[in-house]
Design a protein around this ligand. Structure first.
Ligand SMILES: C[S@@+](CC[C@H](N)C(=O)[O-])C[C@H]1O[C@@H](n2cnc3c(N)ncnc32)[C@H](O)[C@@H]1O
Length: 201
């Protein structure tokens, strides 16, 4: 097929923008698929920070990376991605968010609107100019619906002179298909959180 599905399209974008020696973030490690791709892209001189709030996810990711021989390029962090600025330096070339719950895991432990918007804003501030943020959003479950709306609303409000925002979605698929947002940082800009989020941590 000519048109890539959402996840292969996300990986294609990441491969195009992450090179050897890059600093990158996987904001939702899960089972480690995206972390592994990033670790392969950055090579032995780069670094990946992979976040997840669940120990089971980080343990699956750890195993995956070890099997592929790239574990030493990755820092696994058991913390919310909303706090990524406490762990990651400025100047990253990419960040990926694959929102939702751990496949085969507890569906009640899922990413949620407020911390997701906070984390996306944070990642945009850490991105270098020319860097890319890729987010895959799922509307097929109640929390995902609110989250997708909140992240989309935030992304649509980003200033055009600093960011290019792409939405990639199959328009004729049934049952709330996922969609992708790709945000390219085209100029140095500092994003402030929406007022509703600024007074909470
Ligand atoms: C759809 S999965 C990620 C899939 C993963 N990228 C992969 O390649 O397998 C979403 C993950 O986000 C994690 N998560 C939920 N809330 C989070 C948060 N606030 N910060 C970081 N990770 C979170 C979940 O525990 C779950 O493992």
């Amino acid at each position: 097929m000519l048109l890539h599905n959402i996840l292969p399209f996300a990986h294609m974008l990441l491969k195009n923008c992450v090179g050897e020696g890059g600093l990158v973030v996987d904001a939702t490690a899960g089972k480690g698929n995206d972390t592994l791709l990033l670790a392969q892209c950055v090579g032995s001189g780069g670094r990946v920070w992979a976040f997840d709030i669940q120990a089971a996810a980080l343990s699956a990711t750890d195993k995956r990376l070890q099997q592929a021989g790239v574990r030493d390029r990755v820092t696994l962090v058991q913390a919310s991605h909303a706090d990524m600025a406490d762990y990651v330096p400025e100047g990253i070339s990419a960040a990926v968010f694959n929102f939702g719950y751990l496949p085969d895991g507890d569906k009640n432990i899922t990413t949620c609107a407020e911390s997701s918007v906070r984390a996306v804003a944070c990642a945009l501030n850490l991105l270098k100019t020319g860097g890319l943020l890729v987010a895959v959003l799922y509307r097929g479950h109640p929390q995902g619906c609110d989250e997708a709306a909140a992240v989309l609303d935030f992304a649509c409000g980003l200033p055009q002179q600093g960011f290019q925002v792409l939405r990639y979605e199959f328009a004729n698929r049934k049952n709330h298909p996922p969609f992708l947002l790709a945000i390219e940082k085209t100029a140095h800009d500092t994003i402030r959180l929406p007022e509703s989020l600024t007074d909470k941590r």
